[in-house]
Design a protein around this ligand. Sequence first.
Ligand SMILES: [Zn+2]
Length: 338
Amino acid sequence: MKTFSFLWAAVLLAPILSVCAEEVTEDVPMPPPALSIAYPYPKARLPGITNLCCLGAVDGTNGLLTVNGAAVPIHRTGAFLTMVPVKPGTNTITAAWGTNVLVRSVVVASVEIAKPLGARPDRIVHPMPPRDPYKDLGIPTNAVFEVSPPRGKMISDILVMVDPGHGGDDPGAFSPHMLPEKDVNLMQARAIRDELRRAGFKVVMTRDDDVTMPLYDRPKSAWRLKADAFISVHHNATAPQTDPRQSRHITSYGSNARGMPLARAIQKHLGRTLAPIPDMGAQLKSLAVCRNPAVASCLLEVDFINLPDGEEASWDPSRHTQVAKAVVMGVLDWLMEK
Ligand SMILES: [Zn+2]
């Protein structure tokens, strides 16, 4: 969901990394020069930061990678994630690697370890901020909406819209290998579409290709097509100043009384299916695609793609099917609710 805000680091490092890549492909086997990163960038002020998160990916998993002199374990996919203590002022982070490893990407993010990850259970703690969802979505205020969940409809008459988040010019978050969220959202959404169809539902997708799609067009098209349910599929990335090692979890969002029951029903099955990844429950959050007053709408954050384990799981086709089956069970549960 969250756009990775540390791309500047990757962009800045790209030329350096490409130089290093050329050097390690020489015939003479010698270690490439170490990569030094100054952090924060000149004149940036980041009070309270005690650690940096350094993550990325390498080719070759049995070589040596060190960051500030400490060996960094390399995930079987080639991804790595390590924490680097820093002091106020400019710090230099030095990554070095042997001839068996070629560094593909390094992203540096600030992390305040002392700040705990807040527990957000499935209950409404604060009222929603006042907001007119009709204004944002362009749905007439005098519209008459169907009962939700639908009553007395055959499954074959129930229309579910599946929305692969981002697309085209909007890549979403990035994994350690710099794979974009938009691609994995589409793969996962197609699996959900296929399983829903197998269960007898009518299904449409907001996009079935790598195309740019304005955010508000998504809920609007669900309303125009009179969809009964709208499911937006996303993958998460850790926020700045959270310790990524403690951040992996599964959650679903709803933004109103129509969407929350759907989010809760799906999240119940997602949490069970993806255990032992921590289940943060369904949460209330004001999201453009979920504020639809006409269509029960929810947004799923299936996993964290910027974590090595999350990246590996998120690109696994068998996991896509598992998640898709959980979503179908959730939709069926939601339909049974009174
Ligand atoms: Zn997203």
